[in-house]
Structures are given as C-alpha cells and as structure tokens.
Ligand binder design. Structure first.
Ligand code: PBG
Length: 336
C-alpha cells in the first residue's frame, strides 16, 4: 500500500463534516420567480405544460406576491399577456398596458419586492415575433432598428410605473444602448438593466410560448436568438451588452448552458443571472409526476449546479417550491 493513502472520503463521513467543507450554498435570496399577468379579475388560468404555474389577473397576482415575499424571495420577473395583439405590439408600449398596471399595484402592496419586467414585443405582436416585421423580397425579416424605439418606449413605461429592473429579452442589436439612453433622458437614470445577453434559440422555451401565448406565427427566432453551437459568440454578445450599459447579464437557458455560465462568470465581473426556463421546469415536473424522479432532490441539485457554475441569481419557476424546501432543510449544525 503506498503511503499516504489519500482518503477524500474522510470529509464525507457525516453531515457535519460535509456541511463544514461545502463550497456552494443555494439561498432563497438567489431566487427570482417569473409570473404571468393578464387582464380581468379573479382569474388564475393554469398553464397545461407548466404544472403549478398560471396566468393570473392582478388581484391574484398580488396575493401570490405577498406569499413570495413571506417566503423571503427577493424578486419577481413579470410577463404580460395583453387583451389584443397587433403587428406593432402596441400593448407592450401602452402606458396603461397590463404590465404597467400590474407594476403599480405590486409596488403599492409589496414595496420591497423587486419587480423585474421583461421587455419584448413577442407577447404583444399578432405575428409573435420579438420585433417589427418587414418584407424583403419574398421573405419576412425582423426589422432591428425601428424596433429599438418601441422597446425603449416599453422600458420607459415600465420604469415610470415603478419597475425596479428592466430586462430586455428581444435580442435586437443595440437595444441595451437604446433603452439606457431613453431611461436616462427621462429621469430614470437609476433604473438598472438586466440584459438577456446570451439568449439561445432553444426548444426549451415551448411551454413558455403556451404560457405567454406568443409562438411565432411563421418562421422561427433563429435570426435573432443565438445558435446553440456557439460559445464564443455568447461572450461577445455579453461584452457588447456591458459596453452598452447593462448592469447585470443573463444566460438563458441554464441547464444545457452551464459552460456558458461558467465562462461568463470567469470573464466578466458583473452580476450574472441564469434563466432556468419553462422546458427545464416542465421536464422535471413531468418526470416527478410519473414518479420517475424525486422532485425536491432533483430540483435542488439542478439549482445548486447553476450556482456552482457561477450564477449569482437563478430565475426559476421552482423559486417558490425551492424557497419552501430550503426552509425545511434541517439545520446543518446540530447546535444551531
Ligand atoms: C420573450 C421571452 C421568451 C422567454 C422569456 N422571454 C420566449 C422566447 O424567446 O421565445 C422564455 C422563457 C421560458 O421558456 O421560460 N422573448
């Protein structure tokens, strides 16, 4: 037997030792809960492909926010579903649209809850694309530059309604700069921007598109969202958003993109969020419902994985459940 015998297991032999050397801890303060708001009263419409999640009218949304606050969840990410859609996505930039209304109500009821508003046109456009559409020859293209103005207008209305953080998810080039400029010009210079900096064209968004009623009516989003074969491009996108004034950055989705989270955290010293998206939620929920996986342990393992990769914040539909589970975990030190 060679000497010494290396025994990494020495520090794994009981819970106290394991806790002592644990490097990554998931905390409730790391979690952001996405919520869907729609017009009406006493509406809670379940989203079939996202068991446990619903579209809510503002009254129900407020009750949910109070619950999240009582669990210690620091922030929500808000999406709106408008009553009508048109080719300009006017419901997004309407001062009295569903999101500004909801933000005003939440800030009155739960002033300490951080409200992050997603900024995009896709929930509001009749064609379901994230920007304006123009015809080039026989093809339809997303018209980048004229879209910027509408995104900036949307962001400004959200900020004026009281949103604490603006999160553009559209992936148009130059949108962070356009939003920053507009916010600054209208006395919202203190409102931070969390940019969906590296957002990949992912099949894992499909339950969300049911939730937000936003599937593209033709084509796909590959012309503006990123190709998942590329990692360097993600770092370039992040650099550009930081240069344009992003205060925080996001990687999306999370589970199949842990390498991007890791590299981004190594390269950029800026708060980093990852989005554990709808399809990632749906697959664990479905397996748990079938009894094939244990929900609590698999969810916590995945969320810790995202933190270990380098995420400071995790946007997840599991936020509420995870907050509850984290409270129930027995104290790690017996004298606590
Ligand atoms: C809007 C947007 C999407 C998601 C967040 N913001 C959908 C998309 O880009 O198609 C997806 C979130 C999720 O799947 O949970 N652009």
């Amino acid at each position: 037997m060679p000497f010494p015998i290396h025994r990494p297991r020495r520090l794994r032999q009981n819970e106290q030792l394991r806790a002592l050397v644990r490097q990554t801890t998931l905390e409730v303060k790391d979690l952001v809960m996405p919520l869907f708001v729609r017009a009406g009263q006493r509406i809670s419409r379940p989203i079939a492909s996202m068991p446990g999640q619903s579209q809510m009218s503002i009254d129900f949304l407020l009750a949910e926010c109070l619950e999240l606050e009582s669990l210690g969840i620091p922030a929500i990410l808000l999406f709106g579903i408008p009553e009508t859609k048109d080719d300009q996505g006017s419901g997004a930039w309407d001062e009295n649209g569903i999101v500004p209304q909801a933000v005003r109500a939440i800030k009155e009821k739960c002033p300490k809850l951080i409200v992050i508003t997603d900024v995009c046109l896709c929930e509001y456009t009749s064609h379901g694309h994230c920007g304006l559409i123009k015809k080039v020859g026989q093809e339809f293209h997303v018209d980048n530059d004229p879209t910027l103005e509408l995104l900036a207008k949307t962001a400004l209305n959200y900020a004026k309604a009281g949103a604490d953080i603006i999160a553009p998810s559209d992936m148009m080039d130059g949108r962070v700069a356009a939003i920053r400029r507009t916010l600054d010009k209208h006395h919202c210079e203190h409102t931070p921007i969390l940019s969906y900096a590296a957002k990949f064209a992912s099949a894992f968004y499909s339950p969300f598109r049911e939730a937000a009623e936003s599937p593209p009516q033709f084509g796909d989003r590959k012309g503006y969202q990123m190709d998942y074969h590329n990692a360097d491009e993600a770092l370039r996108e992040i650099q550009l958003d930081i240069d344009e004034g992003a205060d925080m950055i996001m990687i999306k989705p999370a589970l199949a993109y842990l390498d991007i989270i890791y590299r981004a955290k190594q390269q950029f010293n800026i708060p980093l969020a990852c989005y554990n998206v709808s399809g990632e939620y749906a697959m664990l929920k479905a397996a748990a419902q079938k009894g094939w996986l244990d929900e609590r342990t698999t969810v916590l393992e995945s969320l810790v994985g995202m933190k270990r990769a380098g995420a400071d914040l995790i946007i997840t539909y599991f936020a509420k459940d995870a907050a509850d589970w984290l409270r129930q975990i027995p104290p790690l030190c017996p004298t606590e």
